[in-house]
Design a protein around this ligand. Structure first.
Ligand code: IVH
Length: 704
């Protein structure tokens, strides 16, 4: 197949060339080499050379933020991705199962089996684990390769990750020459909850259910991440075996157990319709007590010889079906609606229910998710609702029995203040979530403190989750400002369980060191929504001092490069909260440095008091870029020429504005002149004196 290839960029102009020319050339060169690397698997330059070019582009873009573009190769997260997993072809396809949804469908299946075989065979009923199917290959008793199911014919080689799962033996108890076992990788419900709790605390991605968590964990490029996730695996089928014999499925499972595998529990060998249906019902009742989520029960023909006779379709075997349990539903009354504040500050409405038993447990509350869900379902206090337990875990409200709605109910409105701390609660842009904006909100304390101490923020090493938890439990701190008063409580700190003099002093020293990080890091640490590392740096550079920033207006903030309405509003609303202002004051009183360590741009005000009018097409800058360049330096840009115009910047095909400028005596300049005036040097031309200014060096952080 021929692939259209972009041409390599022309050579990079030398360092005297105008920066935008170099930036443009670097971008197309990097894009070209990235394509050779990713699409053709045929890089033309060494990685180190690629990295050097990228570094130069990043430095230039940092020095000329006006020329930054979201589609620049430098904006690609992580640069070249790590190699993906290799593909593994399955010698014996990993089939899926035919689903059935009623007991009578199961009986139909059993009738068909008897008809086609002319026998009344034994059957095995097993739980159907809701996880991720894998094939595990052993040679001479050693685990050599493991792969995901993929499309059934070929999957991904995840051997390294599977080796981290303790249920999967590295060496079998017998050196069978070749064996491929099939099993399900899953995450136990309690491990899933712990993983999500931790992710929520750290503000990381939350998994929707244990299955997704298992899949996400198994497909990690770094096996140490998989290892930390506590995955488990149960096997339920032999795909291929050389050097081992068995006549029935039950026997094959006993063999797998003897070889050292964790075999699927709760299996039952049955004879006749009644026993099969009983076994299915029993598994259904055991649902909540199993170490894995299930999404059904599998009924399999036991004798291997009959399996061979029954055969398979392209996708599913004819010797098995998966029975899917109906999700259990109940009706109950909503006695109250409460709003909880999560550790990330998210306000979640929660229905308090009159307790009902459903799918083996008593349910007394159900999440109403968010404002949109609430208004769509229109759940009100006093309503009778139909609920179901989805995936055995979270009770879900399906619908309101509006026919049973009592008189005088009112729609529930989500509050706009945090029910825990009283700070303003705002709806997130492009989301249905409402969040508390209080930086000192007790509901978010744990997470705030961890965030405050994190590497990009105040970088207080040794202040991890366990210590934060211990400090809060012992009442030694209530919020981040108290960290800076811990020194006065050193005795109590030393007395904490598993602490001692050495760790106490190490922690106190780390807290002391954090005081000098500077304004940009304090701004990250405060956790203002929409303000990440880059925005914090920009704010620090512009305002130099937190107290100036605290009183900035939205208009002032919007002028900053890359600050849209949303970021500007978020900053203003953050500092409008008394709670947040008081936190800043307390931090400052404790000795936290609230000044910027970054040099303010020297060029900021050079166009102040000047009004520019742009006309025609400029050789290299778009109209937005030219306006930005002027605004950044304190100038104004107007749409039409008047007596108040200071300069007209004219490009190709300039129109009537030039005539107007001439009539009013307004001087006309070209792009090159604009660059020169802006302090962005131009190359020396034949009829032009050498550019006086070299481009301003990238701002440097003091001490780095
Ligand atoms: S038997 C040919 N048994 O369910 C053998 N599958 O829809 C077919 N699964 O991706 C599989 N528990 O990974 C079998 N006890 C069990 C199972 C089970 C879970 C999964 C399997 C497959 C899916 C089929």
């Amino acid at each position: 197949m021929t692939r259209s290839r972009s041409e390599p960029a022309a050579s990079i102009p030398d360092s005297a060339a105008p920066p935008w020319k170099r930036i443009e050339a670097l971008r197309s060169l990097l894009a070209y080499h990235a394509a050779r690397y990713h699409e053709d698997d045929a890089p033309e330059i060494p990685d180190a050379e690629y990295d050097r070019l990228m570094q130069e582009l990043r430095e230039l873009e940092a020095a000329y933020p006006l020329l930054a573009r979201p589609d620049s190769p430098s904006a690609r997260v992580g640069g070249r991705p790590a190699d993906a997993f290799a593909t593994v072809r399955h010698d014996v396809p990993l089939l899926s199962l035919q689903d059935v949804f009623s007991e009578s469908d199961v009986l139909d299946f059993l009738r068909r089996v008897r008809q086609e075989t002319g026998e009344d065979p034994q059957l095995v009923v097993e739980p159907k684990i809701d996880g991720l199917s894998v094939a595990l290959e052993y040679r001479d008793g050693r685990f050599v390769r493991g792969a995901t199911r993929g499309d059934g014919l070929a999957g991904e080689d995840v051997t390294g990750n599977l080796r981290t799962i303790r249920d999967i033996p590295d060496r079998l108890t017998e050196p069978i020459s070749r064996l491929v076992a099939r099993g399900e990788v899953f995450m136990a419900p309690e491990d899933f909850e712990a993983l999500n709790d931790r992710a929520e605390t750290l503000g990381e991605k939350i998994f929707a259910n244990p299955r997704n968590a298992a899949a996400g964990s198994l497909r990690q490029l770094d096996p140490s991440v998989t290892a930390a996730r506590r995955l488990r695996c149960c096997v339920f089928n032999i795909q291929q075996a050389e050097g081992a014999a068995y006549d029935t499925h039950a026997e094959s499972l006993r063999l797998l157990a003897r070889l050292g595998f964790s075999v699927i529990p709760h299996i039952r060998v049955c004879q006749g319709d009644g026993e099969v249906l009983d076994a299915i019902r029993d598994i259904g009742e055991a649902r909540g007590t199993l170490p894995f989520g299930i999404d059904g029960a599998v009924v399999k023909v036991d004798p291997i010889s009959l399996r061979t006779r029954l055969g398979q379709t392209t996708r599913t075997p004819r010797w098995a079906v998966a029975y899917k349990y109906p999700p259990e539903q109940q009706e109950t009354r909503v006695s109250d609606i409460r709003v909880q504040v999560g550790r990330t500050g998210k306000l979640t409405p929660l229905a308090v229910l009159e307790p009902v038993r459903i799918a083996g447990s008593v349910v007394s509350r159900a999440t109403l998710h968010n404002e949109d869900f609430l208004s769509e379902k229109d759940v009100r206090i006093g309503d009778v609702v139909r609920i179901r337990k989805a995936g055995d875990v979270i009770p879900e409200i399906l619908s309101v029995r509006s026919d049973l709605r009592p008189a005088n109910t009112v729609p529930f409105r989500m509050p706009r203040v945090c029910p825990v701390c009283g700070a303003e609660a705002v709806r997130e842009p492009d989301s249905a979530d409402i969040r508390c904006t209080g930086a000192d909100c007790p509901a978010q304390r744990f997470r705030h403190i961890l965030h405050f101490a994190s590497r990009d923020a105040m970088d207080i090493d040794s202040l991890g989750p366990a210590i934060v938890d211990a400090l809060l439990q012992a009442g030694l701190i209530e919020g981040v400002a108290d960290l800076y008063r811990l020194r006065d409580k050193r005795d109590r700190l030393v007395a904490l369980e598993r602490f001692g003099e050495k760790s106490a002093d190490r922690l106190l020293a780390a807290i002391d060191r954090s005081k000098a990080r500077g304004l940009d890091r304090v701004l990250v640490a405060l956790g203002i929504r929409q303000v990440g590392v880059a925005a914090a740096r920009e704010l620090a550079r512009r305002f130099q001092d937190i107290f100036r920033l605290m009183d900035a207006s939205e208009d002032e903030l919007r002028l900053i490069q890359d600050f849209g309405d949303i970021t500007a509003r978020s900053v203003v609303s953050f500092f409008a909260q008394e709670q947040n202002r008081s936190l800043v004051r307390r931090l400052a009183e404790a000795g936290v440095d609230m000044a910027s360590h970054m040099l303010e741009r020297q060029v900021d005000a050079r166009f102040s008091g000047m009004t520019f009018v742009l006309t025609g097409t400029l050789p290299s800058l778009t109209r937005e870029e030219a306006s930005g360049l002027i605004l950044e330096r304190g100038g104004r840009v107007a749409g039409s020429v008047s007596a108040r115009t200071t300069w007209v910047v004219a490009g190709e095909a300039a129109g009537s504005k030039l005539d107007k400028a001439a009539a009013l005596g307004v001087p006309v300049i070209d792009e090159a002149e604009l660059f020169r005036m802006a302090g962005l040097g131009m190359p020396a031309g034949p009829d032009r004196p050498a550019a006086p200014d070299r481009p301003a060096a990238p701002d440097r952080e003091a001490g780095s």
